[in-house]
Design a protein around this ligand. Structure first.
Ligand SMILES: [Cu+2]
Length: 335
């Protein structure tokens, strides 16, 4: 019977002996802050409801018939009292809003970066690509105490990556990268879910985060990748770069006038329309899927779109490859 309870109500470290619990475990640096805001909001709301009920009860019992002057009492203007009971709760809730907003903004902070792991949502599974080359699905292994940045993308519809124990949830919108940074502060296994209804098997689009000691994690990364090549994500990207014909245009001896890609990642790019962009992963992704969107200054819009030709995993690999090149690299175009 217990197995029919939503998983987050259960103890998550020991699947054999589920204990009913109101809170999911707190297993990230942020969890305590999120709970504090939640509890603060609950307590304040409860206190105010309680106060209203007490006043209501008082009025009910003391003014059963309007012969003791409630009508008169109400009719009189009491602006001080009214201002007080409006302004104080307003300020209290404004304070809670400020704390909540700060937490929200901090958790979205794009400048805070950790170990990057690519996560691709598709109907109905989560595919994980580690930069070291390991791939897994519906399983995510991470080290404890180290900031992790998930680079989330979707192959089809909107999904949402949700780890209750970390108090993090982020919508994964097709056509773009969404970043999610958190630090797990406890080893163990924590359930994650898709939190956006995404079709028939949405409810089965879940998995487990395994948080490991750093040494165990390093060991895990080295462990045999059954049935997988032993390439890193960037090395796999290099193969795709050649297999997909990117090198045909972007290699030094190409007859096509195409920009050099060594050192392009992270640099400032001048565009044909006079604007500038920083070549982050979102820009690189758009360059591959929507080459007509931002044309590099001095070049023709001759690059074909790879939309539908390569999947999210291959795009992640290509970007990892481009990011692995520095400007000295002669691997690709050094015009
Ligand atoms: Cu989903």
């Amino acid at each position: 019977m217990l197995s029919h309870f939503p998983q987050f109500l259960l103890a998550q470290t020991d699947a054999d002996a589920p204990a009913l619990r109101f809170w999911p475990e707190r297993a990230s640096d942020m969890a305590g802050h999120v709970d504090a805001v939640f509890i603060g909001l609950m307590v304040m709301s409860a206190l105010i409801v309680l106060l209203l009920l007490v006043l209501l009860g008082y009025a009910l019992f003391n003014y059963k018939r309007d012969d003791r002057g409630l009508g008169l009492w109400i009719a009189k203007s009491r602006w001080k009292l009214e201002t007080t009971w409006s302004v104080i709760p307003f300020l209290v809730f404004l304070g809670l809003f400020a704390i909540g907003a700060k937490l929200y903004i901090d958790s979205y902070d794009p400048t805070e970066e950790g170990r990057e792991i690519n996560v691709v949502g598709r109907q109905w599974m989560w595919q994980i690509y580690h930069p070291e080359g390991k791939m897994e699905h519906d399983q995510l292994h991470i080290p404890v105490g180290e900031p992790i940045t998930l680079v989330l993308s979707s192959e089809d519809v909107i999904h949402s990556f949700y780890v209750p124990a970390f108090r993090v949830k982020r919508d994964v919108v097709p056509g773009k990268y969404v970043r999610l940074t958190f630090t797990a502060n406890k080893t163990g296994r924590f359930h994650f879910f898709c939190a956006e209804y995404c079709g028939t098997n949405h409810s089965q689009m879940d998995g487990w985060v395994t948080v490991m000691e750093p040494e165990a994690y390093a060991e895990w990364l080295q462990q045999d990748m059954s049935g997988q090549d032993h390439l890193t994500l960037a090395e796999r990207g290099r193969e795709i770069f050649h297999a997909q014909g990117c090198s045909g245009c972007h290699e030094p001896d190409s007859t096509v006038h195409a920009p050099r890609l060594a050192g392009v990642a992270g640099s400032r790019i001048a565009l044909q329309d006079g604007g500038f962009v920083t070549a982050d992963s979102g820009y690189l992704r758009d360059s591959i899927l929507l080459p007509g969107k931002d044309i590099v200054a001095g070049f023709q819009n001759v690059m074909p779109s790879y939309q539908g030709q390569i999947d999210e995993g291959q795009i992640a690999a290509l970007i990892a490859y481009l990011q692995s090149l520095d400007s000295e690299d002669s691997d690709v175009s050094t015009r």
